[in-house]
Ligand binder design. Sequence first.
Ligand code: COA
Length: 177
Amino acid sequence: MTSHDPARPVGATISHVVVPGTFDPVTLGHIDVIRRARRLFPRVTVAVAASVNKNGRGTTFTLDERVQMIREAIALEGLPPDVEVAPFTGLLVNFCKEIGAGGVVKGLRAMTDFEYELQQADLNSHMAPDLESVFVMSSPQYGYVSSSIVREIAAMGSDVRILVPANVAERLSERYA
Ligand code: COA
């Protein structure tokens, strides 16, 4: 017996997915996930969350700066130029509906990501049963990378060029100069 959710029609394929995040700032780990999402799906939109209350103090880079850094990094890192980047506020499920995306792709780095991601995927699925969540395993060399680690290292004046695209490394060194 197979169970079939009528919200997900049999045979319908997903052609447009969103890779969401705060990207404060974008790292090579994120770039790896975006690249792999684009290998799996013909249309990818990187959705940059305003995340105004991130960590109770907001983000280090403004929404415009984060969007701009990702656009530059996509070109620098040789990702297909058709990868789109767009800011959003409010619920991710509403943004996906607005742009007609049928799935959300996220990266899983370690078991610690799993529970959190499962919770988000469950919530999104309750709010939008036809939205699929897809996970790609982080490449091992980026398993330990996170935006806050990058910010911390940069704030101490150390080189973050092995963790982030060159344009982001430059922006960080200006910020923490
Ligand atoms: N490589 C490197 N770092 C990664 C990574 C990867 N593959 N995947 C996640 N990370 C890191 C980020 O750098 C970030 O690190 P930091 O906390 O040290 O800065 C951390 O994991 C969390 O990432 P973030 O971008 O904040 O994403 P998130 O998983 O918390 O989700 C949204 C962000 C935007 C997807 C989510 O908050 C959202 O959907 N918000 C909209 C409101 C909404 O719909 N809420 C209901 C959702 S259930």
